[in-house]
Design a protein around this ligand. Structure first.
Ligand SMILES: Cc1cc2nc3c(=O)[nH]c(=O)nc-3n(C[C@H](O)[C@H](O)[C@H](O)COP(=O)(O)OP(=O)(O)OC[C@H]3O[C@@H](n4cnc5c(N)ncnc54)[C@H](O)[C@@H]3O)c2cc1C
Length: 411
């Protein structure tokens, strides 16, 4: 978003650690066969099948992010949720930016017309239980969608929108895109950044710049800052995810877009979701994919943790555990009402894919969006500056924030 918005006013160079996005590398019907080979023992091996998916581990959970053009949005399920309450509390008004994004991007709930009987039944059950399900707005060209359920492993028809479109626009307007180029640290002279150092094809390269915007994500940006002598806070959040599942022959929940509706609860969401990581790697998930019913719990965690390039330190706190236990009790009740008694339900792998918060914006920065710990000509425009865990999809909110930041920088 920053590159697209700044190109023209500035001459933008985008330094991207990864390459272009490659979808799941085998025909989809081979998923079950791949699992049966038993060769995939560790979640980190998923990269052999999905090269842009980087899986790392903290003491307790599996952390997933996208490396390549479009970042993690290429792996996203396309949820376009506005969640800017914590930013509003700081006095940051993103209303015009959200309005512009709704105008520009293919954000829709029209998928509802194509819901299967399974999805309709689950939605009705959530409603009966007083869980107030809301149809999820999606970054989606609904007319191109074939509802295959493969949103997170590479949409085969291009129906799902992701931020590769913005990169392409920036490049068409004259920005330079350098792929395979991993930024390691900033060059700082006095109170200003003069450029960045990067590794490309095993060699060190320097790029000089008047203005640097870091957007390497909630696990990438803090590492670059720390390597440059700018310490971050140990306030990493990740929105932990746990799926609760049951065996229901004939359910075919996987033959549908992921997360078609969301139920907002106190500090977490519940949503139907086929969890590929658990399907591949969790021994309890041994049933055929079309016979698994799965409810995702995605939770706002306490802001406690860190990433320094060597280790990711992230555990659930006591408060997080209590919240997760409440959510699991609720998902167990849903599955029980779908016909799976609690003793035949199985949990998935604790994982997370919404990292951020290690350089949180405060009310002091509401006018400038420029964190006071940074040199004047250095900005951060990704999940790192979000003040709080959302427990909700962050892409739309991060883009609105970046758009506002770009407007300030153009001025
Ligand atoms: C499976 C999955 C599904 C998700 N679904 C949704 C969803 O439906 N809706 C939603 O809102 N959110 C979703 N998310 C979360 C969302 O995708 C991320 O929170 C969001 O993309 C974060 O944006 P970002 O700009 O902070 O970082 P990223 O999107 O991760 O972008 C960081 C970029 O920086 C690059 N990079 C990293 N390090 C370096 C370096 N040293 N040098 C150069 N480049 C570097 C990366 O390759 C990447 O391109 C999902 C996440 C996962 C894992």
């Amino acid at each position: 978003m920053m590159a697209r918005e700044l190109q023209g006013k500035y001459q933008v160079t985008i330094l991207e650690a990864g390459n272009g996005f490659k979808p799941f590398s085998l025909p989809i019907h081979t998923l079950a066969w791949v699992r049966r080979t038993g060769l995939f023992l560790d979640e980190r091996m998923i990269r052999l099948l999905l090269p842009n998916m980087l899986v790392e581990k903290s003491e307790e959970m599996v952390l997933v992010r996208g490396i390549g053009v479009g970042g993690t949005t290429t792996l996203a399920t396309g949820n376009a949720v506005r969640w800017d309450g914590a930013l509003k509390d700081l006095g940051i008004d993103l209303e015009p930016q959200f309005e512009a994004l709704y105008e520009e991007l293919p954000i829709t709930t029209h998928h509802q017309k194509h819901w299967t009987e399974t999805t309709k039944g689950m939605y009705a059950l959530f409603a009966d239980m007083g869980l107030n399900p809301m149809v999820t707005p999606k970054f989606l060209k609904a007319e191109q969608c074939v509802e295959c359920g493969h949103c997170a492993i590479g949409c085969p028809t291009g129906a799902k929108w992701d931020t590769r479109a913005l990169v392409a626009q920036a490049v068409r307007s004259g920005a330079e895109l350098v792929t395979g180029c991993r930024v390691t640290n900033l060059e700082i002279s006095g109170k200003a950044v003069t450029g960045v150092q990067a590794k490309r094809h095993g060699k060190g390269v320097d790029f000089h710049a008047d203005l640097v915007v870091l957007a390497a994500g909630g696990l990438g940006t803090p590492v670059i800052l720390e390597h440059s002598g700018i310490p971050c806070e140990k306030t990493l959040f990740v929105d932990p995810v746990l799926c609760d599942a049951g065996h229901i022959p004939g359910i075919r929940q996987n033959r549908q877009i992921l997360m078609l509706f969301i139920s907002q609860q106190d500090g977490y969401i519940l949503s139907p979701y086929m969890d590929y990581l658990s399907f591949f790697f969790h021994r309890d998930w041994r049933y055929p994919m079309e016979e698994i019913a799965s409810i995702m719990i995605k939770m706002a965690d306490e802001e406690a943790g860190s990433a320094d390039g060597r280790h990711i330190r992230k555990r659930l706190t006591e408060h997080d555990r209590a919240r997760m236990a409440r959510a699991v009790a609720q998902s167990r009740e849903i599955l029980a009402r779908m016909g799976v008694p609690a003793e035949r339900q199985f949990l998935g792998t604790l994982n997370a894919g919404h990292p951020g918060g290690m350089l949180p914006l405060t009310a002091r920065e509401r006018e400038t969006l420029h964190h006071s710990a940074l040199p004047d000509n250095l900005y951060v425009a990704d999940g790192t500056i979000l003040p709080k865990a959302m427990g909700n999809p962050p892409i739309l909110t991060i883009m609105a924030l970046a758009k506002k930041m770009a407007e300030l920088l153009r001025e």
